[in-house]
Design a protein around this ligand. Structure first.
Ligand code: C5P
Length: 219
C-alpha cells in the first residue's frame, strides 16, 4: 500500500525541452525527453500530492488522474504558466531543459535558403527557476544542474544564485545519466548537506528525490 506522504501538498513540476520558433516551421530545441519530470509527477501523485505538470514538447504521457498536465512550447509560455499557479504551490521542481536563448524575431514566412551564410540573432530567455527563487515566500524549490566541469561547485553556486532549497546534480560524465536516457545518476545538495546515489531508473530516481524533499520538509 502506498503511503500518502504528500497528501495536502501541491507540487509544480516543469519538464521537457522548450522549442523557440525561428519561423512557422522551424525551431531551436534540445534533446530533453521529459522523462525525469514525468516520473517525478507520477511519483508525487502516487504519494497523494496535487500535481501541476508543465511540460514542453515531449512524447511522454501521464497515467494518473491527479496530475494537471499543461503542455506549452516556449520558455516564455512556460514562465507564464508557472506563475499562474506559483502562489498556491508548496513544492516547485524545475526539471525542464529550458532553452537559454530564443530567436530575437520570429520570421512570419518560412526562411528561404537564398544566402550562403545566415546569421541568427538570439536573445536570452527568462530564467524561470531564478524568477521563482526571487518571488519565493513559502515554496520549497528544487532545481536540476547538468554539468560537465567543476560540477559540485557549479551546482552549489546555482543553489545560492537561484535561491533554491535543494539542487539535483546529474553529471554528463556518468555513463547512463541525464537527458535522453531511461536511467540517471544523481547527487543532491542542500545548503548544508550532500547525498550521492547509484545509477537507477528515472522512476527510482524520482522516489529518491521525493524522499529527500519530504525529509527536508520535516526538518
Ligand atoms: O542555469 P542552469 O540552466 O544550469 O539551471 C538549471 C536549472 O534551472 C534547472 O532546474 C532548469 O529547469 C532551470 N532553468 C529554468 N529556466 C531557464 C534555465 C534553467 O527554469 N531559463
Amino acid at each position: 500500500d502506498q503511503e500518502k506522504t504528500l497528501d495536502g501538498k501541491t507540487v509544480l513540476i516543469t519538464a521537457g525541452p522548450t522549442y523557440e520558433a525561428l519561423d512557422p516551421v522551424r525551431f531551436i530545441g534540445n534533446h530533453s525527453s521529459g522523462k525525469m519530470g514525468f516520473s517525478l509527477a507520477e511519483e508525487a501523485a502516487k504519494r497523494g500530492a496535487k500535481v501541476i505538470l508543465i511540460s514542453g514538447p515531449s512524447s511522454q504521457t501521464i497515467h494518473r488522474g491527479n496530475i494537471d498536465l499543461h503542455r506549452i512550447t516556449s520558455a516564455k509560455e512556460m514562465l507564464e504558466k508557472v506563475f499562474q499557479f506559483y502562489d498556491k504551490i508548496d513544492i516547485g521542481i524545475a526539471s525542464a531543459a529550458v532553452a537559454d536563448y530564443a530567436p530575437k524575431e520570429i520570421a512570419k514566412e518560412k526562411i528561404k535558403k537564398n544566402e550562403d551564410q545566415l546569421t541568427l540573432e538570439l536573445v536570452k530567455n527568462p530564467d524561470i527557476l531564478k524568477t521563482m527563487g526571487e518571488k519565493k515566500t513559502h515554496q520549497f524549490l528544487v532545481g536540476f544542474a547538468l554539468e560537465t566541469q567543476n560540477e559540485e561547485e557549479n551546482a552549489k553556486a546555482k543553489l545560492e544564485k537561484k535561491n533554491l532549497d535543494m539542487i539535483v546534480l546529474n553529471s554528463l560524465r556518468d555513463e547512463g545519466a541525464g537527458f535522453k536516457n531511461d536511467t540517471n545518476k544523481i547527487r543532491i545538495f542542500t545548503r548544508t548537506g550532500k547525498k550521492e546515489f547509484d545509477l537507477k531508473s528515472k522512476d527510482e530516481v524520482a522516489k529518491d528525490i521525493l524522499d529527500f524533499v519530504e525529509h527536508q520538509l520535516l526538518k
